[in-house]
Write a protein that binds this ligand. Structure first.
Ligand code: TMP
Length: 209
């Protein structure tokens, strides 16, 4: 890999299996001694983790869509500046659980906020940072929710299935519009089969075999 690292993001509806796949990928990278940084959104820096708690707190039902969009963007800006860009400059592979496509899907499509405005705000918040590869784990909303029934649902997870259907459709549309950046995988396949596909995309990106 050259000195500038590569930036990989993972997207999907709730219960799509992102965490499982990121952990399988991390083990494979560790086995091969490939340096990486694992981070997440919202969060990934001390200030951004505090913003995460504000955003996901299930008691904050009065939060407006506008406040929500600005908080996700504020969290992303600090995270990008303080965590992601330094890691990329150090030549690391950055694995991020969600990034700005989540904002287009959740705040744009599902909360119905203006996509052009989100695009401008995102460019500002990220200093123009764009992932090199985005893995979308696509699952039907009902199947995703079946996987997370045992945990206490956060503020976004408590939204209706119609809300989450809009999120899923927007992800598929973003993937369709960005075929060079996106790899869409069926999140209902066996975890080991999904892992092999992710590994081959990641290795292709970083020139490893
Ligand atoms: P997660 O850590 O369980 O993926 O939770 C993050 C939640 O925040 C999830 O419901 C998706 C939501 N989200 C947005 O609505 N907009 C965003 O920009 C991001 C990064 C996440």
């Amino acid at each position: 890999m050259d000195k500038t690292g590569r930036f990989i993001t993972f997207e999907g509806v709730e219960g799509s299996g992102k965490s499982t796949q990121i952990h399988m990928l991390i083990e494979a990278l560790q086995d091969r001694g490939i340096p990486f940084l694992h981070t997440r959104e919202p969060g990934g820096s001390p200030i951004s983790e505090k913003i995460r708690r504000l955003l996901l707190n299930a008691e904050h039902l009065e939060m407006t869509p506008e406040t929500e969009l600005l908080l996700y963007s504020a969290s992303r800006s600090q995270h990008t500046f303080q965590t992601i860009l330094p890691a990329l400059k150090a030549g690391k592979l950055v694995l991020c659980d969600r990034y700005y496509d989540s904002t287009f899907a959740y705040q744009g499509a599902a909360r119905n906020l203006d996509l052009n405005f989100i695009s401008e705000l995102t460019g500002f918040a990220t200093y123009g940072t764009v992932p090199d590869l985005t893995i979308l784990l696509d699952v039907p909303v009902s199947a995703g929710f079946k996987r997370i029934t045992n945990r206490k649902l956060d503020r976004l997870e408590q939204e209706s299935s119609a809300f989450h259907e809009k999120v899923r459709l927007e992800y598929l549309s973003i993937a369709n519009n960005n075929p060079l950046r996106y790899v869409v995988l069926n999140g209902l396949d066996q975890p080991s089969a999904i892992h092999e596909k992710i590994l081959s995309s990641v290795f292709e990106l970083i020139g490893e075999n």
